[in-house]
Design a binder for this molecule. Structure first.
Ligand code: PLP
Length: 432
């Protein structure tokens, strides 16, 4: 019974995250999750943007079973292994040109920790610049570069010094109260001042999510990263892109940074890389990667062969089923559907996203843009009761996040939008 699990979780688990939804999940396939009572849910959040090829894709299950029967662990940082080598080669082939050498870890946060060490070692500089509204993980190091006080809680610090923050391209709530394009993308140009006035011009790199996930699906204009890269190059600093959430087809390209005309020096990935198995990667330019020497960095489980076998099968599915192209197409359709919904529902203040990384920002009033945080939670709960699971987030906790498995069908998307419309209508009438 689900209720037994709920009460045991209260007793035995440290529930340090947002309150758990009252569902005990035991199975999944495609974009469907199944609970202990056999009830099916349409999953529009994919385990926080992880199971991009759907739940339990049979090819991944088979590859994992085969690999587990041969070898589960051997010490990826002690010996060579063909399965790990094959994945590293395949990542170099799908990553933006110039990124060649990979370090494998277990989580997105670990990949970002690696990226910071690498950038410091290569540039021989010690500071970092990150973005306001960003999220890069829950370790002390990654919280130090996370631009949200709600995550960087004061009672678990102190956090690292030597970190400055530049402005996020949150156009809907532009801190300069300007409009794109007449703003001249001031948020990006500001990086020059941040380096000159907030740091000691000793910046190893800027770390940035190409499209922010936890911050509330924030999509910068096309000039944003090229402007910043020029400034970074002039200061001898690297561009590190955190693709943990925006990577692996999520935005309709293999990596989110491909929407911008810019070449990153380091890229981190996690979440969608191995269809749900714990694996992450930090891929860098060869010269940057070579700056780490034996003994500089290691991870016991990083590059585990079972996880790497899952990642290789996952990549095969991406190619065969054209998941990236599908994400672009379905994402455009979803945004169009939400824009239509926006005409009927004044609570919707903004609809934005790329591919199947779509955010719907809810406001109490379109003029004041007062965040409709309580209503966002109500909407999520109402949709869950009708069997549709979505994420919420944003720096003001008022963004509905649609990041489903990329295999979701158009019919399933229609259903999610319909249910959202019904529940929004109820909230607007004060009935929910
Ligand atoms: C952009 C980004 N970076 C890093 C992380 C941290 O990943 P993990 O939870 O695997 O450490 C996340 C997780 O949500 C993320 O969205």
């Amino acid at each position: 019974m689900s209720s037994d699990v709920f009460s045991k979780d209260e007793k035995y688990r440290i529930l340090s995250f947002t309150k758990l939804e009252p569902i005990a999940v035991v199975g999944g396939h495609g974009a469907t999750l199944v609970d202990m009572e056999g009830k099916e849910y349409l999953d529009c959040f994919a385990g926080i943007s992880v199971v991009n090829a759907g739940h339990c894709p049979p090819k991944v299950v088979k590859a994992v079973q085969d690999q587990a029967g041969k070898l589960i662990h051997y010490g990826p940082y002690v010996y060579h292994s063909p399965v790990v080598t094959e994945l590293a080669e395949r990542l170099a082939a799908i990553s933006p040109k110039g990124l060649v050498k990979t370090f494998f870890g277990n989580s997105g946060a670990e990949a970002n920790e690696t990226a910071m060490k690498l950038a410091k070692k290569f540039t021989k500089k010690q500071e970092m610049v990150a973005l306001e509204c960003s999220f890069h993980g829950r370790t002390v190091g990654t919280l130090s570069i996370t631009g949200q006080s709600k995550r960087r809680r004061y009672d678990m610090g102190p956090y690292l010094s030597g970190v400055s923050f530049c402005t996020a391209a949150y156009c809907y709530r532009c801190p300069f109260e300007k409009e794109y394009p007449s703003c001249g993308v001031l948020c990006a140009r500001r990086l020059e001042d941040i380096i000159n006035y907030h740091s000691s011009d000793n910046v190893a790199g800027l770390i940035a999510e190409p499209i922010m996930g936890e911050g509330g699906i924030i999509v910068p204009p096309k000039e944003y990263f090229p402007i910043m890269k020029k400034i970074l190059d002039a200061h001898g600093s690297l561009l590190i892109v955190d693709e943990v959430q925006s990577g692996y087809g999520r935005t309709g390209k293999m990596f989110g940074i491909e929407h911008y005309d810019v070449k990153p020096d380091i890229l981190t990935m996690g979440k969608g890389i191995a269809a749900g198995f714990p694996l992450s990667a930090c891929i860098a330019r060869s010269d940057v990667g070579d700056s780490l020497q034996p003994g500089d960095h290691l991870s016991t489980f990083g590059g585990n062969p079972v996880c790497c076998a899952a990642a290789i099968a996952n990549l095969d599915i991406f190619k065969e089923d054209k998941l990236v192209e599908g994400s672009a197409k379905k994402g455009k359709y979803l945004v169009k559907m939400f824009r239509e919904l926006m005409e009927k529902h004044p609570f919707i203040g903004d609809v934005r996203g790329k591919g199947l990384m779509v955010g719907v920002e809810l406001v109490k009033d379109r003029k004041t843009k007062a965040p409709a945080t309580e209503e966002t939670n109500k909407l999520k709960e109402g949709m869950r009761k009708k069997g549709v699971l979505v994420g919420t987030g944003g720096v003001k906790a008022n963004v509905m996040r649609f990041q489903p498995p990329l295999v979701i069908t158009t019919k399933e998307l229609d259903h999610a939008v319909e249910v959202m419309g019904e529940e929004l209508g109820k909230i607007e009438k004060g009935a929910a």
